[in-house]
Design a binder for this molecule. Structure first.
Ligand code: ATP
Ligand code: MG
Length: 558
């Protein structure tokens, strides 16, 4: 057992329940609706639910809340399972489906009717809204509220048999039309929906509402702590009402915590789907998406995502979390674990005029500055190299610590060189730098005492390989892109993707495995694309820069 964490109020509640003997084994569940891919907010919910089970030696179920067949699909069911596993969690037993409880839920609906606690109502949507009242005015009883048990049983059976059109009738609980809590004003239990279901096919033409399904599913599975987000707080009295009025054999309790809303991000599945449907991104797993599949493709690691979810704590407030904290978590993980390599994004040729034409030196370079167990790699050194165009200037002031004409720089993991000449095109653009190698400077300073000021990365021009590098940045350029009625589509960062087709990488990198992450020295953290990378056509995605460049620029606030 891990030690309970003080920044998670749910752990305190559970520890008390266990100590008082109210609960023997903690059972939680993660209940996604399969109507989209999981996102960073779900990662938080997963981390909370699976984390609580882990901490207290209990179990956590994965249950698809599949009560809205129109919006759901097998693609989402598959992706959700893959994402939960990738994050490193194992659910208890088989994956579960709300739809496998449809018969039990229906039987309970019949039970409520028999007890006089539910009735079939013929009000149409507009009338029902009118009868429902407002936050300041009580509602009015439906004219169908006093139907006899017998009539209700008959109508419910005929709803189930498909005799009525969609919208013609609903089954409602008989609670209190004057309740200050709108959720208790005779809420809907069943709707007629003549659509096939991905799990149950054509068996059902009526489907339970979330409210009628969720708590009962929890009870069936013996869930002890039903953890959800704060927007369900007002639904809790209804959750409890069903549990109290039905012959269920377990007594789950609902607890709410604040949703995770990272800045510069949206976490609504509907809006994420719009980004996909409108082609703003290349799919649910586009590396710019805050989906788990997107973050995975971007090069985030499960450990970094789990670490972030812990770091932000679990509280009862819905505040915005600075996305820089998530970026910090991934940067820290990769700094610790990612092997180093060299990549030149904007190649400028350097010819070492004193270096023999066909000579190749196989220089050794550490894979990681502190993790010696990761060993060394071979970096071939040749007469013609590429450095980044940004790392050379004909003239520069003292602050510029890279290669300047007539000055020296150290090539990372290799020699000190001195630029002696440039070749330009007709427009004066530098095409090539001619330089000389300073002898005996592998790992030591020049013997003449003239030390270089900086170190730059390089790749052999003759033995390095061309690679495509995708430079990803935040998808939104506004801190809270969908707050209130703000149009998130108007705040897409136009520079969220820049593709570099002619980057140059160390030869060994083409054999990187898909999803293998690296620090490209001085450039940032990159990952071999999960799908598109191959030895013949290497593709790397930028996970994150070395530093928080947004904080340096001041970001784009409210
Ligand atoms: P929908 O808009 O489709 O209802 P949802 O985000 O509520 O989307 P669900 O699939 O119902 O999606 O969510 C599964 C679980 O994840 C729920 O318990 C929900 O409370 C939780 N969850 C969803 N979004 C967040 C978030 N941003 N932060 C924390 N938990 C979340
Ligand atoms: Mg939901």
């Amino acid at each position: 057992m891990e030690t309970p964490n003080a920044s998670n109020f749910l752990e305190t509640i559970i520890a008390e329940d266990l100590a008082a003997g109210r609960v023997q084994t903690v059972v939680t569940r993660f209940p996604p609706e399969p109507n989209g891919y999981l996102h960073i907010g779900h990662a938080k919910s997963i981390s909370v639910n699976f984390g609580l089970a882990e901490t207290f030696g209990g179990r956590c179920n994965l249950r698809f809340d599949d009560t809205n067949p129109e919006k759901e699909s097998q693609e989402y069911i598959d992706s959700i399972q893959e994402d939960v596993r990738w994050l490193g969690y194992n659910w208890d037993g088989e994956v579960r489906f709300a739809s496998s409880y449809f018969q039990q839920l229906y039987d309970w609906a019949v039970y409520l009717v028999e007890q006089g606690h539910a009735y079939v109502c013929d009000l149409n949507a507009e009338q029902a809204r009118e009868y429902r009242g407002t936050l300041t005015e009580p509602g009015r009883n439906s004219p169908f509220r006093d139907r006899s048990v017998q009539e209700n049983l008959d109508l419910l059976a005929r709803m189930k048999a498909g005799e009525f059109a969609e919208g013609a009738k609903v089954l409602r609980a008989k609670i209190d039309m004057a309740s200050p809590n709108m959720n208790l004003r005779d809420p809907i239990l069943y709707r007629i929906r003549k659509v096939p279901h991905h799990q149950t096919g054509d068996s059902w033409v009526i489907y339970p509402t979330y409210d009628f399904a969720h708590g009962q599913e929890d009870a069936i599975e013996g869930i002890t702590h039903s953890v959800c987000t704060l927007e369900f707080e007002d639904h809790r009295p209804l959750y409890d009402w069903f549990i109290e009025h039905l012959p269920v054999t377990a007594r789950p309790r609902q607890y709410e915590f604040g949703r995770l809303n990272p800045s510069y991000t949206i976490t609504s599945k509907r809006k994420l789907k719009q980004l996909v449907d409108d082609g703003v991104v290349a799919g649910w797993d586009d590396p710019r998406m805050p989906t788990i599949a997107g973050m995975r493709r971007r090069g985030f690691t499960p450990a970094a995502i789990r670490r972030f979810c812990k770091m932000i704590g679990t509280t009862r407030s819905d505040g915005v979390v600075d996305v820089a904290m998530l970026e910090f978590a991934i940067r820290e993980d990769l700094n610790e674990n990612a092997p180093r390599a060299m990549c030149v994004l904007d190649p400028l040729k350097v010819v070492l005029t004193d270096y023999p034409q066909d000579k190749v030196e196989e220089l050794l370079a550490a894979r990681h500055p502190s993790r010696t167990e990761l060993g060394e790699r071979i970096v071939p050194f040749t007469r013609e190299l590429y450095i980044d165009a940004d790392d050379f200037r004909e003239e520069a002031n003292k602050k510029y610590k890279r290669l300047v004409l007539g000055k020296r720089v150290r090539l990372r993991n290799a020699y000190v060189i001195e630029a002696v000449d440039v070749v330009k095109d007709a427009a004066g653009k530098v095409l090539e730098v001619h330089a000389r190698t300073i002898p005996d400077t592998l790992g030591t300073d020049p013997a003449d005492g003239i030390k270089p000021k900086g170190v730059i990365q390089w790749v052999s021009a003759s033995l390095g390989k061309r690679a495509t590098v995708r430079l990803y940045d935040r998808l939104f350029n506004h801190e809270s892109p969908d707050k209130g009625d703000r149009d998130f589509m108007a705040h897409i960062n136009p520079d969220s993707l820049r593709v570099v087709e002619q980057a140059w990488v160390e030869p060994a990198l083409v054999r990187a495995l898909p999803e293998q992450g690296f620090q490209f020295e001085r450039e940032g953290y990159f990952v071999a694309d999960r799908y598109d990378h191959s030895e013949q056509a290497p593709v790397f995605n930028r996970t994150i820069g070395l530093r928080d460049s947004w904080a340096e620029q001041g970001g784009a606030g409210e």
